[in-house]
Design a protein around this ligand. Structure first.
Ligand code: MF3
Ligand code: CO
Length: 248
């Protein structure tokens, strides 16, 4: 069942989203060669608590940290670690903020120091792919219109779209219906209605779309060791168009 949120509920999710966006803005300032993703994780957890919120990912199906920190060939769900980030790395920080029971979810990829042109282009195209999806998030369209817009743009630009991890409805639970794949045909799937709240969170790879999971049971890597990036917003479907709850 797809839950429809009232305007008031959407505003509560927006408040969670504002804390999340502010946390991303601070993380952007912290990211440089030498910092560890564990330090970023601790910063994020403290930031959320100081703002009266909690990190929803911590303890979710046993996930041990406030953030996911996915470096280079890690697609998503990487564990924060004590390994310092290096000049030229790319890193995705993914977080879910819980403010008084209402959630917001946003992942953002960052360049560490000076990155190669190849890495920068992956970051730029992945962010643009997210916005191609957001453009389709309007009343009357279907989920497939979002999926198709993301996939066709990503593939035109020469990247592969990850299939195993997808966007989702969100509200008082992290993962609600509907599923929001970043690939597939247009004009299919549930119709978008005012009051739905979903995430769009494409992961694009430079090589194959295939992934494998590390021994830790969480860390998803590209099968061929190629680079992967991800951008994610939480957004509400409104009669005035997509309303971003996690805009930085
Ligand atoms: N934020 C992720 C998503 O976009 C979920 C991370 S899984 C967790 O759906 F276990 F780390 F929470
Ligand atoms: Co998500």
């Amino acid at each position: 069942m797809i839950t429809i949120k009232t305007k008031e509920e959407i505003l509560r999710m927006k408040q969670a989203g504002e804390i999340l966006a502010a946390c991303h803005r601070e993380i952007r300032k912290l990211i440089r060669p030498g910092i560890t993703t564990m330090e970023i994780d601790q910063f994020a957890e403290k930031f959320m608590k100081e703002h009266g919120a909690t990190p929803e990912q911590k303890g979710y199906h046993g996930y041990p940290y406030a953030t996911c920190a996915s470096v280079n060939d890690v697609i998503c769900h990487g564990f924060p670690s004590q390994t310092p980030l290096a000049d030229g790395d790319i890193v995705t920080i993914d977080m879910v903020v819980n403010l008084n029971g209402w959630l917001a979810d946003s992942a953002w990829s960052y360049a560490v120091g000076k990155v190669s042109e190849k890495s920068q282009k992956l970051l730029d195209v992945t962010k643009e792919a997210l916005y191609k999806g957001i453009e389709q998030a309007v009343v009357g369209n279907r989920i497939g219109d979002i999926s198709h817009a993301v996939q066709s743009f990503a593939e035109q630009q020469g990247y592969a779209v990850v299939r195993e991890f997808i966007g989702h409805g969100i509200g008082q639970k992290m993962h609600e219906e509907p599923q929001v794949p970043h690939y597939g045909p247009p004009h299919r799937g549930p119709r978008l209605k005012e009051g739905m709240v979903i995430t769009i969170e494409p992961m694009l790879n430079t090589g194959t779309s295939y992934s494998r999971i590390d021994e830790d049971g969480w860390t998803a890597r590209t099968f061929d060791g190629g680079l992967s990036a991800q951008y994610e917003h939480t957004l509400a479907i409104t009669k005035d168009g997509p309303f971003l709850l996690t805009e930085q």
